[in-house]
Design a protein around this ligand. Sequence first.
Ligand code: ADP
Ligand code: MG
Length: 224
Amino acid sequence: MSDPLTIALSKGRIFEETMPFLAAAGIVPLERPEHSRKLVIKTNHPDIRFIIVRASDVPTYVQHGAADLGVAGLDVLVEHGGEGLYQPLDLQIAQCRMMVAAHRDFDYAGAVRQGTRLRVATKYVKIAREHFAAKQMHVDLIKLYGSMELAPIVGLADVIVDLVSTGSTLKANHLVPVEAIMEVSSRLIVNQVAFKLKRAEIMPVMDIFRQAVSNGLNMKGQNG
Ligand code: ADP
Ligand code: MG
């Protein structure tokens, strides 16, 4: 084989929850990204390697063919737009929910009813814009890169749009979820050109992943 098969993953939950799928396909990393500063990680398979990138950069690397495969959350994929990517498989890992949340004293239902112009702080500008446009609500979007929960507390925004799993971070900051936007899980993504040119290498991996999903392999990662 000429060119190694390159799989883009992010550190943390995506890497950890993707490992069982890769193991099912006989692919094992030679190092743990948590214990290494390396951004290119070899595997037991000489023709397969991982690259470690930011979660929101995974679709970009795969779109441009710098990686053949990747695993990315639906949140990240919607924000990216999905250009140049196939999304053949929902791995059902890293499950959470995109929600609107407000300070517990804020009357969200009243604001919606009265058509109040809302200030919305979020990392997910596209998802938030489309959500409120569909509700025909006027919003001022405030782009943040993290710690969204702070925005309503200090009066930067009326509501936030963020991922919620247990809700404990919201609760710790006196916020409550007021509206669900979408269910989020992580997907296998494939570069569209690689899917044709490296089909012989990619298809067996994809088939094993698909089998693993239907066997409920993702359940193992759910306490992480
Ligand atoms: P980062 O903080 O760099 O975005 P994370 O590992 O926190 O990296 O998130 C990676 C992906 O995991 C997100 O894009 C999302 O799809 C999912 N995710 C984020 N937060 C949670 C959560 N609390 N529970 C489950 N999945 C989550
Ligand atoms: Mg995070």
